[in-house]
Design a binder for this molecule. Structure first.
Ligand code: ATR
Length: 500
């Protein structure tokens, strides 16, 4: 089982020790990133292991390897020497490990480390991405059996992540080693360190403003609580959500993983940011993923890769769930169910017949909403920036439609029991603003915003101020995830879990 190593990137040792205290009960060892320390602090690193009271790694990473150290190789050498000097017979007062690069060969430092029981981590950082000669690089790193080889590769694409998993096959534990792919796409190499045989997984203090050592990294609490690192073993069933880079912030792991845990299932769910749905499906097959949630921008792109579509996928033209069935994938859509379940809860009514609804937007989310509204008997209009898309969607359900022209105001006036906002306007990290800024709320409309991050968008704020009933998309997310959970596990989502 991989150990959790907290990487400390404070400017002072005092700051680092304060962060360590916060996580002491959750971690196994610490890495002192001396390259983040102020120069004056370098004089005090020798006493760090004793103060830390945990096995400690000394790292002085130079800029070319993704670190911060820029005082030159001479000072770097002296920093290592300071860290390893005056070794004590009580080994807990010495650094347990020193992380030195593949091209750092200073016999006196290496000898000192070996003599006093400090293990050498021999690291190679491939900052540009996976090198073509990766197997040779690894052979060279593993040449000295008394050292711990460490490979850090920037994942530029899902193919790189796939290559890392194929190079470090499950259970390959012939030699202690550390492997991690950095960047958002490499996130799964941290959570699934066990699958790569990696002896440790690096974690960071994500909340504090001490800076972060690498993108796509994790907090010890997430590793333990959300991703069950201490329990996980390579024979567990894997599930996940594939999407663009932002999927790293998805709330879905925090819904599915507690559900698995509550039912005692040996299953894990994690985010897989990806640059290509084709590459991801190949990767999912290699590592044996059983079920996938699919989000922006792949809900349509995934369709040709599925061998069967549910009737809802067929009707909506988008798939948000794929289940592995033998050697193929079956596609489902639970978005429409998530919306119909939550909107009826929001309005406090079972049947939507007679309800007059405005759908803002005509993308994938709007199509699921339109399908649900039709199924429950509502009357609707579709208003979208691109008129042709509004027309196309509306006509397939016999709804009215409009572009965002003057006609739109008159149309909303007639469909004003409920307004469903499905565009990406107002989404965290996306286009800011209000997709319906041309409409003045009277207070009688109920507003259903399908966005949940941020929890309150500008249009929600404006509608609330006008006296409207308002909700965001968190309930839709939860309900669609519960339907996915049933497809993934064959069991209902446990009632006992507090809703997200
Ligand atoms: P999703 O699958 O999340 O619905 P999508 O299919 O890309 O995403 O659809 C995005 C929706 O947001 C579309 O209705 C889009 O309008 P267009 O069809 O005119 O592109 C809408 N949208 C995105 N940016 C917008 C903006 N700045 N103003 C108004 N509508 C916008």
């Amino acid at each position: 089982m991989p150990k959790i190593c907290l990487s400390l990137t404070g400017a002072t040792i005092t700051e680092d020790l304060a962060v360590l205290e916060k996580y002491r009960s959750q971690i196994d060892l610490v890495e002192l990133r001396a390259d983040y320390l102020e120069p004056g602090e370098l004089f005090h690193i020798r006493s760090f292991p004793e103060k830390a009271g945990l096995p400690s790694i000394l790292t002085v990473r130079r800029r070319s390897d993704g670190g911060k150290f820029d005082l030159g190789e001479g000072v770097r050498l002296v920093t290592f020497a300071k860290g390893l000097a005056f070794a004590e017979s009580d080994q807990s007062r010495n650094f347990a490990y020193v992380d030195i690069e593949y091209d750092f060969h200073i016999p006196s430092i290496q000898e000192a480390a070996r003599t006093f029981g400090t293990r050498i981590i021999r690291s190679k950082h491939c900052m540009e991405g996976l090198p073509a000669n990766i197997e040779r690089v690894w052979r060279e790193l593993t040449a000295r059996p008394y050292e711990i080889p460490k490979l850090v590769v920037r994942a530029n694409g899902t193919k790189d992540v796939d290559s890392v998993f194929s190079l470090f096959k499950s259970g390959d534990k012939r030699q202690d080693h550390i492997v991690v792919a950095t960047g958002e796409l490499g996130f799964c190499t941290r959570v699934l360190a066990e699958r790569l045989g990696s002896m440790l997984v690096y974690a960071n203090d994500i909340d504090l403003s001490l800076g972060q050592a690498a993108p796509g990294q994790l907090d010890p609490r997430q590793l333990l609580e959300t991703y069950r690192l201490r329990e996980y073993s390579a024979d567990w069933d894997l599930f996940g959500i594939v999407g663009g880079a932002s999927v790293i912030h998805s709330l879905s792991p925090a819904i599915h993983n507690p559900g698995f845990a509550a039912l005692g299932l040996r299953s894990l769910y994690l985010p897989f940011p990806s640059d290509s749905i084709e590459a991801f499906i190949a990767f999912a097959e290699r590592i044996g993923i059983k079920g996938i949630s699919i989000t922006v921008p792949y809900k349509e792109q995934v369709l040709p890769m599925l061998s069967r579509w549910s009737p809802e996928v067929e009707a909506i033209g988008a798939c948000n769930t794929a289940i592995r069935d033998g050697s193929s994938w079956v596609g489902y859509n639970t978005d429409w169910y998530g919306f119909s379940t939550d909107v009826r809860r929001f309005l406090g009514i079972e049947d939507l017949s007679g309800l007059r609804v405005t759908i803002l937007g005509a993308g994938g989310a709007a199509r699921a909403v339109a399908y649900a509204l039709k199924k429950y008997g509502a009357k609707a209009c579709v208003i979208n920036r691109s008129m042709s898309k509004a027309k196309h969607l509306a006509e397939s359900y016999g709804f009215e439609w409009s572009g965002t022209t003057e006609r739109a105001v008159e149309m909303v006036d007639r469909y004003n029991d409920l307004i469903v906002q499905t565009t990406s306007v107002g989404l965290e990290g996306g286009q800011p603003g209000d997709a319906i800024d041309w409409y003045e709320f009277t207070g009688r409309e109920a507003l259903y915003e399908t966005i949940y991050s941020p929890p309150e968008t500008p249009v929600m704020k404006r509608a609330r101020a006008a006296g409207c009933r308002v909700t965001n998309g968190i309930g839709m997310l939860q309900a669609q995830a519960e339907a996915q959970f049933l497809l993934f596990t064959g069991s209902e989502y446990p009632e006992s879990i507090t809703r997200a």
